[in-house]
Design a protein around this ligand. Structure first.
Ligand code: GTP
Ligand code: MG
Length: 246
């Protein structure tokens, strides 16, 4: 199986795009016909706090971080309908995948996109004021319809964050996998090797996982620093397992 030079990128169709029924339009814009890229994987995801904060870890502490997390979790567009809060997560594969999709997505800010890159997806987005409880405006929030990985390194981190190997057909896997040899469970932020009441199973012997995740889990069980945080690994295995609290 040849996977060398298989460039991939992660796309998220965000809750505002779903609310506006833009999914079909976006899939069409991103189709192989227009981009030369192939669909490698696709799933509908209920975005947990853990997954959202792992995805946007680089923005932690910024003024727009709390609304950004609520936005990607669908809480802003579906405040009273938790069952409709979701994103469509997609992996595209092919030459220059990262660059090609970023070009179609356009600049981060919908205002900039409308001025500087009309015709891009984000030119259809909106900019919303972010207010504190008193009503004072703190800044703005960018509802920009789509996420697209910005670099190859970001694409690898993000694809491994949102997708297990078995979500992707074997011919379309771009990153090294290995077979798990342990039982791994998760409870209250801790990694366990045996089931205890209330713990949730993450991985079992014989299951294919990203090799980098298995290396990180082995390091964590030895009390050593790991290249991937435990929450980033656990978040993926907890996707769509339990209803998110309203
Ligand atoms: P993504 O594809 O969503 O990752 O966007 P990006 O790569 O173009 O931008 P970046 O990763 O820097 O930011 C992630 C998200 O945070 C953006 O989509 C915006 O919604 C939000 N964001 C980033 N920078 C700003 C900012 O300066 N102000 C505000 N209000 N929001 C920002
Ligand atoms: Mg980004």
């Amino acid at each position: 199986m040849s996977t060398e030079a298989l460039e991939q990128t992660l796309v998220l169709i965000k809750p505002d795009a779903l609310k506006l029924s833009l999914t079909g339009y976006l899939l069409s814009q991103l189709s192989e016909f227009h981009t030369g890229l192939r669909l490698a994987a696709l799933k509908i995801v209920q975005v947990s706090e853990m997954l959202a904060s792992a995805h946007y870890a680089e923005h932690r502490g910024k003024f727009f971080y709390p609304p950004l997390i609520d936005y990607i979790r669908g809480k802003l567009h579906y405040p009273n309908e938790p069952g409709r809060r979701r994103v469509v997560a997609i992996v595209y594969s092919g030459p220059d995948a990262v660059k090609v999709i970023r070009r179609i997505a356009g600049p981060t800010s919908p205002h900039v996109a409308r001025d500087a890159a009309p015709g891009t997806v984000r030119a259809l987005g909106t900019v919303v004021p972010v207010k504190e409880a008193s009503g004072a405006v703190l800044g703005e929030r960018m509802d920009n319809l789509i996420h697209a990985s910005a670099t190859l390194e970001e694409a690898e981190r993000e694809i491994k964050l949102w997708f297990e190997p078995r979500d992707i057909m074997p011919y379309m896997r771009a990153y090294e996998t290995a077979t798990c040899e342990e039982h791994y469970y998760y409870k209250d932020g801790a990694l366990l090797l045996e089931h205890t009441p209330g713990s949730i199973g993450l991985l079992a012997p014989g299951v294919k996982a990203w090799a980098s995740d298995l290396a990180a889990l082995r390091a964590l069980t030895r009390g050593e620093p790991a290249s991937t945080p435990l929450d980033s690994i656990a978040a993926k295995y907890l996707i769509n397992r339990e209803p998110e609290p309203a």
